[in-house]
Design a protein around this ligand. Sequence first.
Ligand code: HEM
Length: 502
Amino acid sequence: MSAQASSSRRAVEEDDIQGLLRFGYRKLTQASFLLMRVRNAASARAWLATCPVGSARELSPPPRTVLQVAISCPGLRALGMREDAVQGFSREFIAGMSSDDSRSRRLGDLGANAPRHWQWGGRPDAVPHVLLMLYAVPGELDALQRQVLDQCAPGFTLAACLDTSDMDGVEPFGFVDGISQPGLDWQRQRPARDRQVLDYSNLSCLGEFLLGYPNEYGEYTDRPLLQHERDPAGILPRAEESPQLADLGRNGSYLVLRQLRQDVGGFWRFVDAAAGGDPARREQLASAMVGRGRDGLPLVDDAGASIEGERDPINSFTFDEDPRGERCPIGAHIRRSNPRNADLPAGGRGPVSKLIRTLGFDAQALALDRVSSTRFHRLLRRGREYGDGLTMEQALAGETGGDHGTGLHFICLGASIARQFEFVQGAWIAGTHFGGLHDESDPLLGTRLPGPDGVRTDGFSIPSEGGCDVRLSGLPQFVQVMGGAYFFLPGIRALRFIAKEQ
Ligand code: HEM
């Protein structure tokens, strides 16, 4: 059930939102993610009823340690949530990441990525129930982790502990990460109604990331709404568009966690061979695959252009002036994961141009209009690196790093797993038809397995201005999925409600 955005907008309840959504806690450089299973529901609920969860309210001084809590669908059931409330969550959350072959195929979880090979989360009966995310300043994580594990021991068993490493903002292949993030409209200034947007904007309606607020369609994303008798103590906020209903979703978000192991040696050896051992060419090819240099600078040259909601000059650009991908290949990782387009293909500002583009009479513009409008598919990324870092030089010298591998505990937040994570991962990253390309997938993340029609997917096209286009082939798989699950990051009042409900 979706309702048109109500005109009675309330102020944002910062105290009720888990802080990860707003802050990302980048300054708390130490983190660990604990995957828990409920062993005693009453004790688990008792701990969740009072555990100290950090909120989105700004504190001065900022906290030195923070706990965040997310719950999977099997977790809600294990905690005793009634089935009618569970059924209010989205279908993909209820089903889970590893639930069926069709979902695995769409997400590219095939071959070495298949759930049966995962270290955790691969079997529906072994999905973690609760994800505890611990953040701390250097030196304080161990004590926090011991304390949390002690306190929740009566209710939970620890299924796995995902350690993270502080790589100083650089992901294991060696590229600066975490640069581009959507800006959230905390002031609620964006009009809450569907309207055509002609310019790429970095500002997103709150409802794209927080349940209970209008999204970019001007609608409230479906979420569990309960009759108020179910919440006699008034723990839950009331639904903005239907104040007679208790809103179990409001101020919550869905959280996707995927453990992605990176083959740093394989990546740099492949790029080096393709560059014929030429260091400058090697750098160029690797940057083309990502869409940014290792220092984070974008490859298109309109960086610094004015983009609504974006203040960082190295993230203020679109691909409008690079339609063939001669600066930044169309298949580059950042161009696939955020094509930075608006609802209509780019063009002049006047009403005539708009009409021509709306009616599809501008053949050139139409040719560019090959991917869906970006604003419905943004992700708020909150992942952390893990393992021992390996520099490009070490990787090329044949060093392998630690035994447990290195990679990304990829985390993203959004109000719709299907429209945000699953769409970006499935259609744009794993998909072999993207923006006019038809036999390649994401150069970092692709599985390289042949498509259903046997077509190869291990290429990467680099169009060239004036010269010959370059086509790399035989890309190996550089990233392997090691585990994953879908969670709900509840509002803090919703967490307390879940802890009470029987
Ligand atoms: C090990 C796996 C991955 C690596 C090494 C990686 C690396 C990077 C790098 C270096 C950037 C550019 C820096 C930045 O803008 O923050 C980036 C951006 C991005 N990545 Fe990934 N990424 C990985 C997995 C994923 C996955 C699984 C998704 C989504 C399903 C994803 C979505 C994005 C998005 C949305 C951006 C921002 C694009 C933009 O707005 O310009 N990445 N990634």
